[in-house]
Design a protein around this ligand. Sequence first.
Ligand code: NDP
Ligand code: 2IT
Length: 449
Amino acid sequence: MNGEVPASVQAIYDEVLHRNAGETEFHQAVREVLESLAVVLDRHSEYTEMKTVQRICEPERQIIFRVPWQDDRGEVQINRGFRVEFNSALGPYKGGLRFHPSVNLGIVKFLGFEQIFKNALTGMPIGGGKGGSDFDPKGRSDAEIMRFCQSFMTELYRHLGEYTDVPAGDIGVGAREIGYLFGQYKRITNRYESGVLTGKGLGWGGALVRTEATGYGAAFFAEAMMKVRGESFDGKRVVVSGSGNVAVYGIEKVHQLGGTAVACSDSSGYVVDDKGIDLELLKQIKEVERGRIADYAQRRESADFVAGGSIWDVPCDVAMPSATQNELDGDAAAVLAGNGCRYVVEGANMPATPEAVDVFREAGVGFAPGKAANAGGVATSALEMQQNASRDRWTFEHSEARLAEIMRDIHARCHETAEEYGSPGDLVLGANVAGFLQVAEAVHAHGLI
Ligand code: NDP
Ligand code: 2IT
């Protein structure tokens, strides 16, 4: 990754750099995919001829808008909203909305770009998109969140539709926000269009297991990886960064599968709990009270809070980075590998830096990229769309069984594709190539658009 980009894709990469100056996360995501695609272009000259890769690197549409709202003190606030409708070859644009002060166009584009291939890997009919705002929900009242969501949707609604673009949650956007967004969409359009958003409340069109799906899916994916090496979660120590939606349900499934999650974090630091994370307490603090991870250590005798620092210093067998991009760098990767970590499974999008991925490759640590390992969330969103379209409602057991099957299929596809393209065990290459081939075939079939 740190060396040269393969010659056959260098010009494509240069063009992306030139056209998207300063968007470092987007460059990073594109580069990783391009490095995998050199072997594909050798076999498919039609994709070079028709500039298929270049077309996939250019979003179909990028929407940037002003979001004005008033806070509880009456002060006027202005945020910036984004929706990047990246690729609709396989279905309506599909991907989450992120509300976090760090959000900018480059971050939304990296997420949207990853989403194209992730969504292809699910095997469901969904294209790729992503959106969000630099709005910071931390410390905001419910009323402020609602006013922000209403203002955000007042612009975004005209770009959405169950056959056009279907957002969901991501960092800072959960069921509460989806509720306010849906309410405003319904009010403006005068349509009860359930399939326009996913991650809805269970009482009004939401699907069972969508809340749990990303974390559960990542654990199912890890299980499939271990099975190849004749191993399981049984008795394994697991470190999960973050303590949001993905982390909480990743921990829940790890525990159900026989592992023990011993650490988790938020942006203020991490907790270590050698007895295993008490999930009920974690949910109470994070989901009910919307508190901080330090509160967990205060209320649990076996736990210690470490302010700041790196959660990757905690020795483990399995690491599941589930907070944000580039949270696990080369140094942290070396510490993890040195402490005997055998598997790294990305619950977040692009949490491991390219240097970290190199370290894992060299150390023989099994590595699962986010676009494969965290695809359970969006896959279950597609199941929610399916239920909405047919006015149906599936049981928890049925939905979870579908999710588990989808994750096993994604793993198998990545694993087999890596072998077919000469890099056995390289799930990064397998995910990129398998996802790309599915999108590229559809792009090609649709003609020059
Ligand atoms: P949440 O908002 O529920 O939780 C995010 C967690 O990550 C929080 O603990 C938060 O800490 C921490 N975090 C966020 N940003 C930073 C940062 N800059 N530095 C340190 N910690 C940070 O989000 P999700 O759990 O939904 O998302 C987590 C990751 O998973 C993201 O990368 C997202 O893109 C990805 N993902 C999410 C899916 C979903 O369905 N929700 C699906 C697939 C991937 P704090 O509260 O202190 O900010
Ligand atoms: O990154 C992701 O896959 C998500 N945030 C979920 C997207 C979705 O549409 O469910």
